[in-house]
Design a protein around this ligand. Structure first.
Ligand SMILES: Nc1ncnc2c1ncn2[C@@H]1O[C@H](COP(=O)(O)OP(=O)(O)O)[C@@H](O)[C@H]1O
Ligand SMILES: [Mg+2]
Length: 231
């Protein structure tokens, strides 16, 4: 099982949403995905409940509560033995034994960052923390910033300046754009399932188009990660 982790010191950076999106894009490729819920607020557990209610949960996926180190160790073992292809960890908050252990066990680390000066500062601090941790443990793990909530239209001057600054760092080649389809995933469920349900409902046609675009973007981010993991 390959472990992909979204980590940032900053709350609201878009970690959980990126995890939900990646889960959808990997599930669409018939992968079995384990979600490690390390946030005690349990956003992924709530997501799963909402998704099941909306018939938008892929039964191949499972959420494992992992907000303490022994739970994470147990959950990882179960998922690995259970034949899951990917683990996705939603690691939030300040450095902790749990977060350090998740970072150290990851095959790929993503640091979501919005294009604001505060987010860039937090992303840089997170990046520095991760690099120091990896060097300290003698690990070489694919690490990249994932630009999050990037406007679909023109960027403001300050957003462009922020993007330029991020380009100095390892960066996902496709950002996650600011889209309603991403914002409503937490209530609706897995995006690929929602899109499939929409295809049978003519009333949702305007939303269908945007959701398809959102799914295409996620597929590109998924491919970027898969390539990084291969080599
Ligand atoms: N790409 C996006 N487009 C639109 N809304 C987004 C996007 N990413 C995140 N959001 C919204 O921003 C808020 C914070 O995102 P969340 O993923 O919960 O951040 P974090 O897990 O880092 O705290 C949520 O309400 C979420 O729906
Ligand atoms: Mg979160």
């Amino acid at each position: 099982m390959k472990l992909i982790t979204c980590y940032s010191f900053k709350g609201g950076a878009g970690k959980t949403t990126a995890i939900m999106g990646l889960c959808s894009s990997l599930s669409l490729k018939q992968k079995k995905v384990a979600l490690f819920e390390s946030d005690p607020n349990r956003p992924l557990t709530r997501w799963k409940a909402n998704a099941i209610r909306n018939q938008a949960w892929d039964q191949r996926c499972e959420v494992f509560v992992a907000d303490e180190l022994p739970l994470m160790i147990d959950a990882y073992g179960h998922a690995d033995l259970g034949g899951f292809d990917y683990g996705l960890a939603d690691a939030h908050g300040d450095p902790s034994e749990l977060n350090n252990s998740i970072i150290g066990s990851s095959d790929c680390l993503l640091i979501p960052a919005m294009l604001t000066p505060l987010d860039i500062d937090e992303a840089l601090a997170t990046c520095r923390y991760i690099v120091e941790l990896l060097i300290g443990e003698g690990l070489q793990t694919h690490t990249a910033i994932l630009p999050q909530r990037v406007p679909v239209g023109r960027l403001t001057l300050s957003q462009r300046a922020a993007y330029e600054m991020l380009r100095a760092l390892p960066l996902c080649d496709t950002p996650m754009r600011e889209r309603d389809a991403f914002a409503v995933m937490k209530e609706r469920g897995m995006l690929h399932m929602t899109v499939a349900n929409m295809a049978n409902d003519p009333a949702t046609r305007p939303m269908f188009h945007n959701s398809r675009r959102a799914l295409d973007e996620l597929a590109t981010i998924g491919t970027f990660i898969e390539k990084a993991l291969q080599g």
